[in-house]
Write a protein that binds this ligand. Sequence first.
Ligand SMILES: CC(C)(COP(=O)(O)OP(=O)(O)OC[C@H]1O[C@@H](n2cnc3c(N)ncnc32)[C@H](O)[C@@H]1OP(=O)(O)O)[C@@H](O)C(=O)NCCC(=O)NCCS
Length: 154
Amino acid sequence: MIRSAHREEAAAVSELAFRSKSHWPYTPEQLEVFRLELTISQAQLIEKRGHVFEGQGELLGFYTLAVLNESDVELEHIFVEPEALGRGIGSQLFDHACETARDSGAKVLVIQSDPNAAGFYHTLGATLVREIPSSIPGGSIPYFTYPLASPAEA
Ligand SMILES: CC(C)(COP(=O)(O)OP(=O)(O)OC[C@H]1O[C@@H](n2cnc3c(N)ncnc32)[C@H](O)[C@@H]1OP(=O)(O)O)[C@@H](O)C(=O)NCCC(=O)NCCS
């Protein structure tokens, strides 16, 4: 159900990301601020290890990762289709992203969360480290970390 994304799926996942972000109560002006960061090129989708969740031939969600340094990888995008929310797809994508990051040798997953999604990361056991400035002027967003290595390996 979860597989590597194909480069031709870049436009489809970008549109999915925008629909998914629009599920939260943002104004059209605020959503336009996010459009650039939600638009993923074909090259980025491959470089950022994009993976999609497919159900009955439909793309229902995806994630991408960005390597920050030797130990940290950022969960850059994780989005589920609005009609498929609350069915466990997000947590399956999260677990898969952790495996992908772990396989590349990362020790910590970093998440700059949408404030509306903070409860999701909290439920999955991530640690809220601090608030950081949002793309929306004057706003802030939670910054989480999630350990990928066991304490003995870290
Ligand atoms: C955040 C998101 C990926 C979660 O996906 P999902 O498929 O709905 O999540 P799941 O069904 O796997 O939920 C897993 C657990 O997290 C909880 N959860 C999910 N979203 C939550 C939220 N927004 N607030 C609090 N808890 C949440 C669920 O209740 C569930 O808990 P349980 O295991 O105790 O039942 C999804 O809401 C989404 O795509 N949102 C819009 C885009 C977005 O904000 N993406 C994140 C960018 S940082």
